[in-house]
Design a protein around this ligand. Sequence first.
Ligand SMILES: NC(=O)c1ccc[n+]([C@@H]2O[C@H](COP(=O)([O-])OP(=O)(O)OC[C@H]3O[C@@H](n4cnc5c(N)ncnc54)[C@H](OP(=O)(O)O)[C@@H]3O)[C@@H](O)[C@H]2O)c1
Length: 335
Amino acid sequence: MKAALFDSHGDPSALYIGERPMPDLPDAHILIRVRAVALNGFDPMMLEGSTGLKTPFPMVPCGDFAGTIEALGNAVKGNWSKGQAVTGYPILPEKGMMGEVTPGAACEYVAIPESCVVAVPDGVSHEEAAAMPVAYGTAYRMMALRAGLKPGERVLILGATGGVGVAAMQLAKNADCEVIACGTGAEKAAKLKELGADDVIDTGEEDFLSAIRSRYGKPAYYGGGNGGVDVLVNYIGGETWVPGIKCVRKHGRILVCGATAGYDPKTDLRYIWSFEHSVIGSNGWSAQDQGDILKLAAQDKLRPVLHAVRPIEDIAAAYQELIDRKVVGKSVLTL
Ligand SMILES: NC(=O)c1ccc[n+]([C@@H]2O[C@H](COP(=O)([O-])OP(=O)(O)OC[C@H]3O[C@@H](n4cnc5c(N)ncnc54)[C@H](OP(=O)(O)O)[C@@H]3O)[C@@H](O)[C@H]2O)c1
């Protein structure tokens, strides 16, 4: 079968289209004909080898995928049918995350345990379904289940152009919050506005702390007033951590699901205690969450934002675009 592959760490030129053997179909597994995969921030990191995780070479990238059921293993119990549209919950029992520590889905067929197969409702395309699991699943857990968002709250999202960021923005708008989205570059900033952000900070032009202070005022030390933001979404970390907490008002929340620019930033504890901030971690999502977000897509309440849909042969270009920070939403590749 056809597969996207890399045999060693490197830049996108290490990616190629080659052949892999058809997967076995163990008893309680389902064989899926993959029709679309989507890229995430971690895919270029896995290619580079910068995560510290051990890569099983030859590596097939991508944890996000959607397709149709090709065959059922002998011990499959559910009411599945051949040709049914499905996605995979990519965190496989005992094996770990597809595209990270076990081969991913950028190939024509994958066989995964029945417990990891998630039905795609009518009205959601393969491309949309492939775009949802990692980014929308992560954002759903963080924004809908962990954040405790209340209507009218002001939410600041750093790096809002990413897959998780766009999804977080859509979910905050669904919760009737006021959203301030940060993105680098005029074109991406305009796109964030088009996607529903109430206000946008172009972080290529303006540092976000100064922008928040000049547009909304400083958070009041004794509480009250309208300065700063109620909620900060910060999965960037690194040098954004201290300016980030300075944007958050008394009793505000800081949501963290990653650290794109550094996981061990300097902090300023005075703000955490003086403003009684809560730092809320959020990790992953469940297969049930994945089913729930696909239903929201079918109901038109959470349509994934697709940056581009291209054939799998264009995978290196799609990686390069992500590395160059030229993407808003999700890059999808078809097979
Ligand atoms: N815990 C979990 O379960 C989980 C699951 C999925 C993802 N994550 C984490 O969530 C984060 C977001 O993932 P993602 O796939 O949406 O996208 P991503 O590629 O990590 O980037 C999101 C955005 O961050 C900005 N950015 C990228 N590199 C940056 C840098 N060095 N410094 C400052 N800003 C930078 C970019 O926006 P601009 O160019 O517009 O500034 C980009 O669009 C990552 O840290 C990822 O590891 C965690």
